[in-house]
Design a protein around this ligand. Structure first.
Ligand SMILES: [Zn+2]
Length: 59
């Protein structure tokens, strides 16, 4: 029943559709967006869309 809560948060990026993204900026034709839902940074370059999971500093 509580199995879902045991899933690591980083896996949310795999199921998140990144629909409500916030624009971060534009650099050399590459658009950077951030998804508040999963914390991922979305990099959009033409037809390529890359989701970068949030990186937490060790310690
Ligand atoms: Zn997302």
């Amino acid at each position: 029943m509580s199995r879902e809560s045991s899933v690591p948060k980083s896996s949310a990026i795999l199921t998140c559709k990144h629909e409500a993204v916030e624009p971060l900026g534009l650099n050399a034709g590459v658009e950077f967006l951030r998804c508040p839902s999963c914390g991922a940074v979305i990099v959009t370059d033409g037809n390529v869309r890359l989701a970068i999971p949030p990186v937490r500093a060790a310690g």
